[in-house]
Every structure is written in C-alpha cells, then in structure tokens.
Design a protein around this ligand. Structure first.
Ligand SMILES: [Zn+2]
Ligand SMILES: [Zn+2]
Length: 391
C-alpha cells in the first residue's frame, strides 16, 4: 500500500450522495463495547476555534496499550471512544497565531505530530517536580476521553482529529517542504515508543563502556538499542522471542542477541554474565511488559547497576523479588518510568532522523483504518513489529 500523502487518499473525506458532493465528513473506528469489533462512525468535520487545530491523519500507530484499552483493561477509558495516541497528520484547518512548541506559526498543509498527553502545568508534579507526564489531571488522546467529551475527535483511529489549544505540537515539515513522494508514515514511531524510550534514558545514567541489557525487542527495545549506542554503551544485549524484532535490534547495533524461545532462564543468566565480563548489566531495561521479565531481569543487574522498567503498561500483579539478594546487597537502583513529555518526543525525533531507514523498517504492517480490528488482532498475537493504520 502507498504510504504517500494525498494521491489515492486525497479527497477521501468528501462524501458523495446521489452523485452530489455533500459536506465533508470525518470518520473514525469507535470502541462501543470493550473487546467487541470497532464500529465505523461518521462525524461532522469541526471548525477549529482559536488555538485548536484540525488535523487530517495520515497515519496512526497501533500500540500494545491499545489492545489493553480495547479490552477494557485500562482504568482511564470511557465508552464510546476512539483509540489511538500515536498520530501523525497534516494541518487541515487552523486559525492564525497558533504556534508549535518552537514558536513556528502553524499553517494548512504542515506535517505535524503532537504530545499525546495534555497536562495542567499547575500542579505539584507539573510545576515543582517538572514531570508533566505525572500530572494529576493529565489526559491522553486515545485513552481518557469518550467521543462525547471535548474535543470529540480525540483519538487517531480516525480520518481527522481536533487538537486542543493546550496540545504541544511539533512541526516536522512546513507545508512548502512536504514532498508528496516522501514516505513520512514511519515518523509515528517517535510519538509513543520513541518518546517513552527517550524518557527512560533521561532518567538513567550510562557511563562509557557500561553493559546494557534490554528485555523486549519491540519498538521500545529497538529505540533503546539506538539510545544506548548513542550513550556509549559497550555491549548491548537484547533478549526476546520474536525473530524479526531481534533481527532489527541487531541491525540497530545490539552486540548480542538472546532468543528467549531457545533458552532456559538459567541459560539466559549464564549468557548475560558471559557477555558482561561476569558482572551483569550495569543498566538493565524492562521493555517487555511482563512481570516474569522483571523477576528475571533484576537478577541480571550488576552490583551498583540500575534496573529501569517502562514496558509494563497495565497492572500485572505482584512481582516476586529477593529484595536482599538482588537489590539491597547489590546496591541496585530500581527505576519506574511512565511515558514521557514533549521534550522526549523531540529527542525521539532526533534519533529518528539519524536512523530513518532502520526505523522505517520497523513499520512491518500498513493497514487500512477500516480494518483496525484485524490490526489489533495481529498486534495481540505479536505478529507485527509495528503496525500503522492508514485512513
Ligand atoms: Zn503507545
Ligand atoms: Zn499538572
């Protein structure tokens, strides 16, 4: 399928009735019941008011979290709702004076992406701790709002979205520089996977020649390999069970790959020790999303090492750790990482631009938006590296 802007997708939002061109509509795939097929729904195209931006979506990444939300496992979601927090789009309508985060005035035709979370910038976490992603009143596109809540078109499994005046937008290309022949779709990987991974690396420290162990070779893991290399890691060891994902990690710069499906836990521990001069990972990253990964990974962590966890996005229950042996006795730092902010999205974009070709390869499936159900299915069965929906 073509990933290009315009062309065959152009004019798709114009609906013909009896051969007459009617009012342009927006459409979205809506979750009406948790775990049930998504429903195609049309919406009247909104007129953006001051500061709002109407975006024509060109791609929406499918995230592992979408499967949890769709099944009703995320406490934030309210039905009926539109999934999708990884949107990339073209400004369709905007009033004068709306800026992106770098004070570029936005205009029709600009290629943009945006921070999926909107924070108050006034609470203790926002103002004092400066962690806007932990804001007590943060809401997220594609997670927290129903289609009855402003701004209504608030998820990216849709032809259009309405971004609020508070939404932090990054202009990737101005309208004049958007080339119809260029494939911009892989940029969606920076929205969530890249952003969260950047946030992990902002909160840990990698010294030159440190050994880094990454659990989970998915989109976060692939970005993590790139960030670790950038930080000067000596050996980068990736553990995972999907061949296509592990291959991409190797291409990205992983020095060692451990296939989880071919090894026992003892063998993996032995291999990690062998690849890390017998001391374990100075930094071990959980980007796998299971509690078993945590229980195993904490044992891979070296004395004075750091164990950071960002892959677990829903409550997976209690984790069993020998706290004395694997944390206190080893002087280990344990760090939880929750999503990221617009600075992290910017950092992810910088990494993206440096490794465009590799990260474009990560987009394994481009699926029409109307087939979102099949796409969620593929995601759940881990048959994709990264799938995107194209309206
Ligand atoms: Zn996501
Ligand atoms: Zn706040």
């Amino acid at each position: 399928m073509s990933g290009k802007i315009g062309g065959e997708n152009g004019g798709q939002d114009l609906k013909r009735k009896n051969g007459v061109l009617a009012e342009p509509n927006a459409y979205a795939m809506v979750v009406e019941e948790f775990g049930k097929p998504l429903c195609y729904r049309e919406f009247k195209l909104p007129q953006p008011q001051n500061g709002e931006v109407l975006v024509k979506i060109i791609a929406s990444g499918i995230c592992g979290s979408d499967v949890h939300v769709w099944k009703g496992e995320d406490m934030r979601s309210r039905l009926p709702m539109i999934l999708g927090h990884e949107g990339l789009g073209i400004v369709d309508q905007v009033n004068t004076g709306r800026m992106d985060i770098f004070q570029n005035e936005l205009a029709e035709g600009d290629l943009i992406l945006w921070n999926r979370g909107v924070s108050c910038k006034a609470c203790y976490q926002c103002l004092i701790k400066r962690k806007t992603y932990n804001c007590t009143s943060r809401w997220t596109y594609g997670f927290s709002k129903s289609i009855n809540d402003y701004p209504y078109l608030n998820g990216s499994y849709s032809s259009h979205m309405l971004l609020t005046p508070e939404t932090e937008i990054i202009r990737i290309r101005k309208a004049e520089e958007v080339k119809p022949e260029e494939d911009y779709i892989p940029y969606v990987s920076a929205c969530c996977a890249g952003t969260t991974t950047a946030c992990v690396f902002e909160q840990i420290r990698i010294d030159q020649a440190d050994h880094v162990v990454i659990q989970g070779p998915g989109p976060l893991g692939i970005y993590a390999v790139l960030f670790a290399k950038e930080a000067g890691a000596q050996n980068i060891i990736v553990i995972g069970g999907t061949k296509e994902r592990l291959d991409l990690c190797r291409k990205a710069g992983a020095t060692h790959i451990i296939d989880r499906s071919q090894t026992t836990e003892e063998e993996r521990l032995r291999q990690v020790m062998a690849f890390t001069d017998g001391r374990g990972g100075d930094v071990v990253l959980e980007l796998a999303g299971t509690k078993e990964a945590v229980e195993e990974g904490i044992k891979f962590t070296s004395v004075n090492g750091t164990y950071a966890s960002a892959g677990i996005a829903v409550d997976v229950g209690d984790v069993k750790i020998n706290w004395f042996r694997d944390v206190v006795r080893k002087n280990v730092t344990v760090k939880g990482v929750w999503v990221g902010d617009v600075k992290n999205t910017y950092q992810a974009l910088k990494i993206y631009e440096k490794h465009k070709e590799l990260l474009a390869e990560m987009i394994s499936h481009r699926i029409p938006l109307k087939e979102a159900d099949q796409a969620l299915q593929l995601m759940e069965e881990k048959k994709t590296v990264k799938a995107v929906l194209i309206p």
